[in-house]
Design a protein around this ligand. Structure first.
Ligand SMILES: Cc1cc2nc3c(=O)[nH]c(=O)nc-3n(C[C@H](O)[C@H](O)[C@H](O)COP(=O)(O)OP(=O)(O)OC[C@H]3O[C@@H](n4cnc5c(N)ncnc54)[C@H](O)[C@@H]3O)c2cc1C
Length: 518
């Protein structure tokens, strides 16, 4: 294999996979370095026992905390975490780009405005086959039509939607990235989508929509099962000359002109901390901010039980309703509260495998004594998520202890989250549930991790510039969720993909002398 490339992209998830797709047509020599393998299409993809109890696809590593350790909800493989996402693909709201006062503090302004990202959101929505209805959500930013119409509700969700309307809320169809839902040969709208890989390739993820088409070109290669251990800089520290990788226990260096970290917010920060000069706190760290301002969204999952209409259960596709009535200051609250969305189907195995670690023993006992109770519950419940903006606290950070990742994290903005939770039960009763039980995943919920290499204009207050290039290193970009200066309160994936497309344009124009196909 060649060991010198024009561009080396490390990681193949939402950021890396999208960037690879955009740069591949330039014809330049591009290598994608991916620590995981291809996610094999197999029956296990849709088997809840394989995905949730055996956890076949979940990373086995454990991260440290200041006082212990935990298993993060993270996946390593081609397509990264997008292979497992629910494909809810939101644009941030216009005000998410501005400084916003929250119940427990302020979230900072981004160095770009919504209008800067809007054309790239449009491209990302096309690339990821996003379905939705423009204008149905009162918080929608200015936008044109979605590339595809909204995904139809199941009968039960349609009735819930109508009841919410009648109750004075403004529900809207969730924007979803699915490939030909309901059509012959397309997405089957099954009950194994969110958290499951798609066995038929009909979920829009970074492998299906990014890496797979990019890989058909002979100028782009993907090195799987290849872990990037550190970036090697020249003596000035201003240029990366190589990435050191470990493949099957063999260490070697891959040289390149341009390097892009896309390992996810925690792993990209860890990669920079492991690189460069330890005396300078790693690479690209003159600000001292590498790894800081980790955010994750403050979330509570609700299992809403006893639906009037029946038609719940683990077989249908229930992830179609969004409620943004509390996204802005409203309902007597002077500050934003957050977002509510319906979730995918719940399977009995998910109750065991997905419960916070401290509850698993007790749940296993209930399961062995009364296995029917799990099915009774899943057949009569629907799942919902309440999500609040997490604020960027300087002390929430990724560090290394030896070679292991250590995550120090305290959720923020809890006043807003409690106020949102206080409203969720009423919402769920209004749309047809008898009662709703909350579950919080706390630290273990690393799914929406972001913010560890924030972008900004000021090199003293940010790690990356507004094009996601390291202030300190001329040929190093980062295109994963690390760049977020604030977390907003909607799902992050589309914003990561849109910014990767924006960075692709910049790299094309300024480093490759090539125009990127829109
Ligand atoms: C169960 C689940 C459901 C989700 N649902 C949604 C949703 O509905 N909507 C949404 O917007 N978001 C959702 N998310 C979050 C979304 O998947 C992430 O925000 C997104 O994938 C992050 O993109 P990324 O590029 O930052 O990192 P990732 O997608 O995580 O990609 C990082 C890649 O880098 C690789 N890597 C890491 N370290 C190294 C290394 N040292 N060397 C080589 N390779 C490395 C990893 O294997 C991975 O492929 C969900 C996540 C999960 C887990």
């Amino acid at each position: 294999m060649t060991t010198h490339y024009d561009v080396v992209i490390i990681g193949s998830g939402a950021g890396g996979g999208t960037l690879a797709r955009a740069l591949a047509p330039t014809g330049r020599r591009i290598l994608v370095v991916e620590r995981g393998g291809d996610i094999v299409r197999e029956a296990g993809n849709w088997n809840p026992a394989v995905v949730w109890v055996e956890q076949r696809y979940r990373a086995k590593e454990r991260w440290l905390t200041p006082g212990g350790e935990f298993q993060p909800n993270i996946h390593y493989g081609v397509g990264g975490n997008t292979k497992f996402w629910g494909a809810v693909l939101y644009r941030l709201r216009e005000e998410d780009f501005e400084a916003t006062r929250h119940a427990d503090g302020e979230s900072p302004a981004w160095p770009i405005a919504y209008a800067d990202l809007a054309p790239y959101y449009e491209r990302a929505e096309r690339l990821y086959y996003v379905h939705g209805e423009a204008g149905a959500d009162p918080t929608d930013p200015p936008r044109g039509a979605f590339p595809h119409p909204p995904v139809p509700h199941t009968e039960g969700m349609r009735r819930a939607f109508e009841r919410l309307h009648a109750g004075g809320w403004h529900p809207s169809p969730l924007p979803l990235g699915l490939i030909r839902p309901g059509e012959d040969g397309g997405c089957r709208l099954c009950g194994t989508c969110n958290s499951f890989p798609c066995m038929i390739g009909a979920k829009s993820d970074a492998e299906t929509c990014g890496i797979a088409p990019a890989r058909t070109r002979s100028n782009l290669h993907v090195a799987t099962r290849t872990l990037a251990t550190r970036l090697i800089a020249d003596p000035t520290g201003r240029r990366v000359v190589a990435v050191e990788v470990d493949a099957d226990g063999t260490r070697r260096r891959i040289h390149g002109d341009l390097f892009v970290a896309a390992c996810g917010a925690v792993n990209s920060a860890a990669l920079l901390l492991r690189s460069g000069d330890p005396a300078r706190g790693g690479l690209a760290n003159s600000s001292g901010l590498v790894g800081r301002h980790y955010m994750a969204h403050v979330t509570t999952m609700y299992s809403a039980f006893g639906w009037k209409d029946g038609n719940a259960g683990p077989h249908g596709f229930h992830k179609t309703i969004a409620i943004n009535d509390y996204y802005r200051a409203a309902d007597g609250c002077p500050h934003p509260l957050g977002h509510i969305q319906s979730q995918g189907a719940l399977h009995p195995e998910m109750i065991l495998g997905g419960a916070p670690e401290r509850y698993r023993r007790g749940i296993a006992i209930v399961r062995s004594v009364a296995p029917w109770s799990f099915r009774y519950w899943t057949d009569r419940s629907m799942q919902w998520l309440a999500m609040t903006e997490d604020l960027p606290l300087r002390e929430n950070r990724v560090t290394l202890r030896g070679d292991r990742i250590c995550l120090s994290y305290r959720p923020s903005n809890m006043g807003a989250h409690r106020a949102l939770n206080a409203r969720v039960k009423a919402v769920l009763r209004a749309c047809g549930a008898k009662t709703a039980f909350p579950v919080s995943f706390g630290l273990g919920n690393t799914t929406h991790q972001c913010g560890t290499l924030r972008f900004g204009h000021d090199p003293g207050a940010s790690v990356l510039d507004p094009w996601c290039r390291a202030h300190d290193v001329d040929n190093l970009f980062v295109v994963d969720a690390s760049f977020f200066p604030s977390s907003a309160a909607v799902n992050p994936g589309l914003t990561i993909a849109a910014q990767a497309l924006r960075v692709a344009d910049y790299i094309g124009a300024h480093h490759l002398g090539a125009e990127i196909e829109p």
